[in-house]
Design a protein. Structure first.
Length: 94
């Protein structure tokens, strides 16, 4: 189980127990992380990077709602900022 499952459940206001939904959410989390890690050019620590964590929460929301195709368009500015932040870190040797 992903350590981000509970924060995702809280963000999406899911208060009931549903193992099938949890499994789906874990899949959404993994897809979202893979996408954002690709944008950043490296694996992101979502417990440390609050900006990336918020993007992940919203990305999972879009994936869950079968609207992932809209995520990149709707969050383009933030995604560009995430990419730029990690390019700067890479250039600084971090």
């Amino acid at each position: 189980m992903d350590e981000l499952l509970e924060p995702v459940r809280q963000y999406l206001d899911i208060t009931w127990e549903d193992p099938t939904l949890d499994s789906k959410l874990n899949g959404c989390i993994q897809r979202g992380k893979a996408y954002l890690d690709r944008i950043a050019g490296r694996a992101i620590d979502y417990s440390e990077d609050k900006r990336a964590r918020q993007l992940l929460l919203d990305c999972v929301r879009y994936i869950r709602d079968n609207a992932f195709q809209d995520f990149q368009h709707d969050w383009q500015t933030e995604l560009n900022g995430l990419n730029a932040d990690y390019e700067v870190l890479e250039a600084a040797g971090g």
